[in-house]
Design a protein. Structure first.
Length: 137
């Protein structure tokens, strides 16, 4: 069951690192906004929306890229975004096994952060313990 709580993201960079390491394998990550240069040159990258990974902003049009998220590509993705999430990166989504596993829209706004079925309760607890997220009551 997807997590329906509202989440305050306390550390965007650590959260994303935990997520891409946890979800890597038969997955894709989409990035939208002010993308780092050369991100579409990443092997297997695409600028075309899929059934699951869609643009979050239509007007004004933002740059959009989908990258394969595999164990071997994690270090390249981290390097590609510069090791930290740029402020201009507005929306991030991760698809795993044909389903939306994670989404953070509007710079990780609490009303716009989603954890899907691929995220276990144990993993959520690890994110809380590592001060990546906090539930908003």
């Amino acid at each position: 069951m997807p997590w329906q709580s509202k989440w305050r993201v306390r550390d965007r960079n650590r959260l994303l690192l935990f997520l891409i390491n946890e979800l890597a394998g038969a997955a894709h990550i989409s990035l939208e906004g002010d993308l780092p240069p050369g991100i579409l040159e990443f092997p297997g990258a695409s600028g075309i929306e899929t059934e699951i990974l869609k643009r979050g902003t239509l007007t004004p049009a933002q740059h959009f890229a989908i990258l394969p998220l595999e164990r071997a590509t994690v270090p390249e993705i981290v390097r590609g975004i510069g090791g930290t999430i740029p402020r201009g990166l507005l929306h991030i989504q991760i698809e795993k096994g044909g389903r939306l596993a994670f989404a953070a829209y509007d710079n990780f706004h609490p009303d716009c952060t989603y954890f899907g079925e691929a995220i276990s309760a144990d993993f959520i607890e690890r994110l809380i313990a590592n001060k990546c997220i906090a539930a908003i009551i």
